[in-house]
Design a protein around this ligand. Structure first.
Ligand code: HPA
Length: 245
């Protein structure tokens, strides 16, 4: 079953029908909220907004382990994550949609593995390709089928937040090879891999990253909201296509 992990601007998924909500509990605590089970195009889908129903959980306080574990327990095998990001690469301006293919982790202090604690064995996972190639292709095909332009590939730099970055931090990330900056890809993607779930993302560019383009001197937070609201209409269409596949 497919799960959709909603980000900022996607706290509801109105296209879900016949919904029911289930409160989940895991050994890692509670997920960001109840899981919403429903159907899109006749297919069962689970929706979970990462920041909670009321958008009250900041990126560094999301219980990523509980979210991934709860989805796995509910029978999920594939996770399509939606995340708003800042664009570092010139082509990734506000409103662009990107299916990233790489990650650099700049987060710290987050509970970032299932493989720790009493009785756990030291376990390493392969993370060379952090996103599922199959699910990335399905998202790209879904976007193509509904005529929504979407970029294939980009490196997502995951920062701690909740503050945005300084211009120098973005310049450093650019030198590192990051094309996008967001706050939630890690540890989410790594935990999904540890749990054996396919994981891929739709990154929604909300703004030029700090110091870039029209964010040369500051990032306009009011402009972000309008961009995200518009872009999420397109993301919803892609997700409907994806679920129907
Ligand atoms: N930086 C980090 N996360 C973000 C940004 C940004 O500029 N925009 C939206 N999410």
């Amino acid at each position: 079953m497919l799960a959709i992990l909603g980000g900022s601007g996607l706290a509801q998924l109105s296209s879900l029908s016949e919904t029911r909500r289930i409160s989940a509990r895991t050994a890692y605590g509670e997920p960001s909220g109840p899981l919403t089970l429903g159907k899109i195009g006749g297919r069962e889908v689970i929706f979970l907004p990462r920041h909670g129903d009321a958008h009250s959980i900041p990126p560094h306080q999301v219980n990523y382990r509980a979210n991934i574990q709860a989805l796995k327990d509910a029978g999920v095998s594939r996770i399509a994550a939606v995340a708003t990001v800042g664009g570092i690469r010139r082509e990734f301006g506000p409103g662009a949609l990107v299916v990233p293919d790489q990650i650099i982790d700049y987060t710290w202090g987050r509970a970032s593995t299932f493989f720790e604690g009493p009785g756990a064995r030291v376990t390493h996972i392969d993370f060379t390709e952090p996103y599922s190639a199959a699910l990335r292709n399905d998202i790209l095909a879904a976007a193509r089928a509904c005529g929504e332009p979407i970029a294939d590939g980009g490196c997502y730099g995951s920062t701690q937040g909740p503050r945005l970055e300084s211009a120098a931090e973005i310049a450093r990330m650019e030198r590192d090879g990051a094309d996008l900056v967001g706050m939630t890809a890690m540890p989410e993607a790594a935990l999904a891999r540890e749990a054996g779930l396919e994981y891929a993302a739709i990154a929604v560019v909300a703004n030029h990253a700090a110091g870039k383009g029209d964010s040369a001197h500051a990032i306009s937070l009011t402009a972000i909201e309008a961009v995200v609201e518009q872009a999420m209409q397109r993301v919803r269409r892609i997700l409907e296509q994806l679920a129907a596949r």
